[in-house]
Design a protein around this ligand. Structure first.
Ligand SMILES: CSc1ccc(CNCCO)cc1
Length: 421
């Protein structure tokens, strides 16, 4: 059977007025004694796409005929087109804003679009969980207070994932549950077709009260997803195969809009080098260790502190011994049962808090730890650093993460990187 390549070459050679001077085939199938059979194999080292004009050019060279100019130009034309095509494939990326939902950065939301035509919602990208759920047309109106909702029946690309349900409870006691659709979903220009979108049939009161938050995008590992009978993949796990780099980055800011990037690391967003450290992905959080800490100008205390980097948790929760060492430096600070944590006079001068990632050091400004007044007229303030003793896990929440540029790397094995900014 004459192959496409043969036909293509013949036609090119014919066009060049060279007839079918195709090179003789190598590798005859003849098994008679005294004859040699050579099996052709693909060159495993050739990563470059096949450029037919280059093959023709070589044929000219092989038969000692100077290749016409247009053949040389054709080689370049095809190389350019292949280069551009490659640049488009596996080059997905996205970049979107991370907007604080109130004046003390209790959470950050990011605009996303769902469905056809696109419905825009503001969702909390949460590395501490792995469900993508939204306020929806199925959420009782008594539980919706100003949130944008996703209405699957208005999307021509929505599909019910029949028989599937979900239910989630977060560390702060909030929660939600519901049904599941798949639909087109984009963040910052990065699209995932048929992303599982979990539609809320019920949300807890703390979600109802957060009127600027329309749901969550879980960016933990998909093993934590609560959809049953079959669990669903996160947006990042769905997008990963098409991303230029298997990463997403968080650049959260203090009382300002930051950003999340997918598929690339923007060198304009950080200074110095990124220091990476190992991630344990079981049971599904971005679990890693700090290499130690220091309070204010005090000496660095080296100690492996295991915890989770969680963009969906507001504060920094560390072992009681570290937290008491910090507040011992704050005149009038106390661990208040009444207020449920460490409080201090708002007029206090707080020390900075520094944490280590391997050999690197990241300092949280005192202002981040002077988190908020107990009430608008109170002179008592609540700390951004609190004890993790009641949680059973240390949580490096937004108070810590906004002091760095953070790279969540979905490579195998996964790792997490921190850089100053
Ligand atoms: C009520 S506002 C709210 C935002 C995010 C979450 C989930 N974050 C915790 C674990 O990452 C819970 C409540």
């Amino acid at each position: 059977m004459v192959s496409f390549t043969d036909l293509f070459l013949t036609s090119l050679l014919a066009a060049a007025g060279l007839g079918s001077a195709l090179p003789p085939r190598i590798g005859t199938a003849d098994q008679r004694a005294g004859r040699l059979t050579l099996k052709q194999v693909r060159n495993p080292r050739s990563h470059r796409a096949f450029n037919p004009a280059r093959a023709t050019y070589r044929t000219f060279l092989k038969y000692g005929v100077p290749a016409p100019d247009y053949i040389k130009k054709a080689v370049a034309h095809i190389d350019d087109e292949q280069e551009k095509a490659l640049a488009k494939m596996k080059r997905d990326k996205g970049s979107a804003a991370a907007i604080p939902i109130n004046e003390v950065d209790i959470a950050y939301v990011t605009p996303v679009t769902i469905g056809t035509p696109p419905q825009t919602l503001m969702l909390d990208l949460d590395t501490g969980s792995s469900d993508l759920w939204v306020f929806s047309s199925l959420t009782p109106s008594t539980q919706v207070r100003g949130q944008e909702i996703y209405t699957p029946t208005k999307s021509s690309t929505s599909k019910l994932l029949s028989g599937h349900t979900w239910s989630i409870r977060y560390g702060d006691g909030s929660g939600s549950r519901g049904s599941v659709y798949t639909d087109n979903f984009t963040i910052g220009g990065l699209e995932v077709r048929s992303q599982a979108v979990q539609t809320a049939l019920e949300v807890s009161s703390s979600f109802t009260q957060e009127q600027s938050l329309d749901g969550l995008v879980g960016l933990g590992f998909s093993t934590l997803n609560t959809v049953r009978p079959s669990s669903q993949l996160t947006f990042f796990d769905n997008a990963r195969p098409n991303l230029d780099e298997e990463v997403f980055t968080a650049d959260l800011k203090y009382h300002a809009t930051g950003s999340y990037d997918f598929g690339f690391i923007d060198s304009k967003k950080y200074t110095g080098n990124i220091t990476y450290t190992a991630v344990q992905q079981s049971p599904g959080y971005w679990t890693h260790s700090l290499s130690g800490y220091s309070v204010g100008s005090g000496a660095f205390q080296a100690s492996q502190i295991s915890g989770i980097s969680d963009t969906g948790t507001t504060l920094l929760y560390l072992p009681t011994a570290i937290v008491t060492a910090y507040y011992r430096q704050v005149q009038g600070a106390q661990n208040s049962q009444y207020y449920g944590g460490y409080v201090f006079p708002c007029s206090s001068t707080l020390p900075t808090f520094t944490f280590g990632i391997e050999g690197a050091r990241f300092t949280i400004p005192a202002s981040y730890i002077n988190y908020t007044r107990i009430s608008p007229t109170s002179t008592t303030c609540y700390g951004g650093l609190q004890s993790s003793s009641g949680l059973g896990i240390n949580i490096f929440g937004d108070v810590a993460l906004k002091a760095a540029f953070v790279v969540f790397s979905g490579t195998n094995p996964p790792r997490i990187g921190f850089a100053t900014k």
